[in-house]
Design a protein around this ligand. Structure first.
Ligand code: ZN
Length: 70
């Protein structure tokens, strides 16, 4: 049983299952599968991109309830 691997166009980056890109006709190369890591190796980079910890980031967080009462 042949297992179809996800291909990615080396020219335009389009994903597909053929050896030639349907979009631009470019050459497709097998795309590496997305890896899941419980250690979240990209976490620090992602948080840096979102500017985690800044006031803007805090405001973007969902707030389940307001704690105005004392
Ligand atoms: Zn393409």
């Amino acid at each position: 049983m042949a297992r179809t691997r996800l291909q990615r166009c080396t020219v335009c980056g389009e994903y597909g299952l053929t050896e030639e890109c349907k979009k631009c006709g470019g050459k497709m190369a097998s795309a590496a599968p997305l890896k899941f890591s419980p250690q979240d190796a990209q976490g620090a980079r992602r948080r840096q991109r979102q500017d985690a910890g800044s006031d803007k980031w805090i405001e973007s967080l969902p707030t389940p309830r307001k704690e105005e009462d004392e």
